[in-house]
Design a protein around this ligand. Structure first.
Ligand SMILES: [Zn+2]
Length: 443
């Protein structure tokens, strides 16, 4: 199946061709672990997890890496404030982050490297940039020289002077060019590493290059992340990779758009921040996950009562028909642990730059048809079975938590007794059995 990806590097919809046949290398910048993620932070996590599930379903072996930034001034300051080590603080927030990933049904990834595990490699990488004339040292701090690569601005699609005037570039008199960025920072507090330049810590933009270098040999198929990382973070990753390997770090760059809340950006100053764990607690992982993917990933999504209600209604529809089909087919001893024979139409929606809304429309049509078929007493069970398998596979690929229920012998006997009582119009008995079946989550 031909997959098309909108490549942010070329600003074009392109046919996806992986470096290795049937294998995909993918990297998504992970969180800086010093607080609980808010719901908007989880958009890239679920979008790219859905893409990985889709590729895996098609038979690709996907090596998906997402890092943890566990060295940063925010981490150092918070650890000092709480009188903890940076490791204690980041261990705690990594655990919390993983709990959120788990509630959103995000699959375990190939690797989740931490910056502190790659410090030697980072120092070597920076040293090489200095030696090759792409970085310079001022007062023990190391800066990347953006004028040393000819195509700085390629991702942002802007020239250097446009970037300088457009972006909030921090003033630093040590820099040759305002766009030059810090590779090694001198620090006087918190965790630091000794180098020949000074005791300090790496800047943020080098870690992803180094991890991709170490794990994948310097070039990958897909680099993903939120659009907010495009400049300067991803632009700077490309600059370093170009200086080191004369490549753009990834052949395809994918950027998801942000999330608003009631039309506003989520921010501390507006006081409208919703933590992912709170949203999941209130609405459940499936509704939050569906809300985060049920829009073109390059469009801004808006969290409000209506969008939550719409996605909750879809989850209810899936849940109701899934349960009824599972029950009807399960009681007939039909094997449901198979793949759908024909998912091509659904997969073709996702192959079109991960068009989840079209895929959901397709799913809702199947649900509508299955609801009609369930009411048809003379329906061929093979039709219901294929409908169930389709819905089951679609839920898996979208990362919704529905799973095939296997019924025990006792449950089957109980259910048959209930049907018999109903047919015999023994309402007392059928009511009692019905209550029991509901308790067992069978009805
Ligand atoms: Zn990164």
């Amino acid at each position: 199946m031909e997959i098309k990806i909108y490549n942010s590097l070329t600003n074009k919809l392109e046919v996806f061709k992986p470096i290795k046949e049937k294998e995909v290398s993918m990297y998504v910048c992970g969180p800086t672990v010093y607080n609980d993620p808010h719901i908007g932070n989880m958009r890239p996590a679920v979008v790219f997890d859905t893409f990985v599930r889709f590729l895996t379903y098609l038979g690709y072996k996907v090596k998906y890496v997402s890092n943890f930034t566990d060295v940063d001034d925010k981490i150092i300051n918070k650890a000092l404030e709480l009188n903890k080590t940076e490791k204690e603080l980041t261990d705690y927030y990594i655990d919390e982050y993983k709990k959120v990933l788990n509630s959103l049904n995000i699959l375990p990834q190939y690797k989740n490297p931490r910056v502190t595990e790659y410090m030697d490699e980072i120092i070597n990488y920076i040293d090489n940039l200095v030696k090759t004339g792409h970085a310079y040292v001022v007062d023990g701090e190391v800066f990347f020289d953006v004028n040393s690569v000819q195509n700085y601005g390629i991702l942002s699609n802007l020239k250097k002077d446009e970037l300088i005037s457009g972006a909030r570039v921090e003033q630093n008199t040590k820099k040759k060019n305002p766009l030059d960025f810090l590779l090694w920072k001198k620090t006087d507090k918190g965790i630091k590493w000794h180098t020949k330049w000074c005791d300090g810590r790496p800047g943020w933009h080098t870690e992803c290059c180094v991890m991709i270098d170490s794990i994948f040999n310097g070039i990958i198929d897909i680099h993903g992340g939120g659009i907010d990382l495009k400049f300067p973070h991803h632009e700077n990753e490309i600059a370093q990779s170009y200086a080191t390997h004369q490549n753009y770090l990834a052949n395809y760059w994918m950027h998801n758009a942000m999330m608003n809340i009631n039309g506003d950006k989520m921010s501390k100053s507006l006081g409208n921040v919703i933590l992912a764990k709170d949203a999941i607690k209130e609405y459940g992982g499936d509704i939050i996950r569906l809300f985060l993917i049920n829009a073109p990933y390059r469009s801004v999504i808006n969290l409000n009562d209506e969008t939550i209600k719409d996605n909750a209604s879809i989850i209810n529809k899936i849940s109701s028909v899934y349960k009824q089909l599972n029950l009807k087919l399960g009681m007939e001893n039909i094997n449901l642990n198979e793949k759908s024979a024909d998912l091509a139409e659904f997969l073709s929606c996702l192959a079109d730059d991960l068009n989840v809304p079209n895929a959901i429309t397709y799913l809702l049509n199947i649900i509508k048809k299955a609801n009609q078929d369930l009411r048809n007493k003379s329906i061929d069970l093979a039709i219901l079975k294929e409908e169930f398998l389709k819905i089951n596979d679609i839920c898996y690929i979208l990362g919704l938590s529905f799973k095939v229920k296997e019924y025990t012998q006792e449950e089957k006997i109980l259910y048959n007794k209930y049907i018999e009582a109903k047919n015999n119009k023994d309402f007392n008995l059928s009511d009692t059995l019905r209550t029991k079946l509901i308790e067992l989550n069978i009805l």
